[in-house]
Ligand binder design. Structure first.
Ligand code: DQA
Length: 148
C-alpha cells in the first residue's frame, strides 16, 4: 500500500510560523515521523509540499497510478480550491483531510472545507498528532476496503 502525503501553502514554514497555533515542529520532523510510522505499520509513504495550487494538482496526477490513498493538509486551499477537490475526485483517490489547528474554533472562513464532504474522514486540532491519527485512520480504512 502506498500513501501520498500532501502539504499545502505555508506549511513549509512550520516551526517558525505562528507557533502558538501550529506548534514548534518543523515540516521535516512531521514527515520523518510519518515515514517511521509508515514503516511500523507496513505501508509505503511519500510526501510533497507546495505553495502552488497547480503544483499540488500536477503531483496528484503524476502519482495517481502508484498511490492507494492520500493524507492531505491542503492548508488555505482547503477553503478555496475547487481545483484540488476536482483533482482528488478525478483520480478517485480515497483521502483523509487533516489540520494541525481546530479550524472550527477559528475564523468563520476556515469552517468551510471544499474537501471534507468527499473525504473518508477529517481530523483537526491535535497539532502534529493530527497527521499520525490521520495516517492510522486512512490505512485502517483502506485495509477494511481490501487495499493490500
Ligand atoms: C491549517 C488550517 C488552515 O485554515 C490554514 O490556512 C493553514 C493550516 C492547519 O493545519 O491548521 O495553513 O490547514
Amino acid at each position: 500500500m502506498r500513501i501520498l502525503v500532501l502539504h499545502g501553502p505555508n506549511l513549509n514554514l512550520l516551526g517558525s510560523r505562528e507557533p502558538a497555533l501550529y506548534g514548534s515542529d518543523s515540516l521535516a520532523s512531521i514527515d520523518t515521523a510519518l515515514r517511521q510510522q509508515a514503516v511500523a505499520i507496513g505501508v509505503g509513504l511519500s510526501s510533497f509540499q507546495s505553495n502552488c495550487e497547480g503544483a499540488l494538482v500536477d503531483h496528484i496526477h503524476a502519482e495517481r497510478d502508484r498511490t492507494d490513498g492520500v493524507l492531505i493538509n491542503a492548508a488555505a486551499y482547503t477553503h478555496s480550491s475547487i481545483a484540488l477537490r476536482d483533482a482528488l475526485l478525478a483520480t478517485a483517490l480515497p483521502f483523509v483531510e487533516v489540520h494541525l489547528s481546530n479550524t472550527h474554533a477559528r475564523e468563520s472562513f476556515r469552517h468551510r472545507s471544499l474537501l471534507a464532504d468527499k473525504a473518508i474522514g477529517v481530523i483537526c486540532g491535535f497539532g502534529p498528532a493530527s497527521y499520525r491519527l490521520g495516517l492510522d485512520g486512512l490505512v485502517e480504512a483502506l485495509r477494511t476496503r481490501g487495499v493490500v
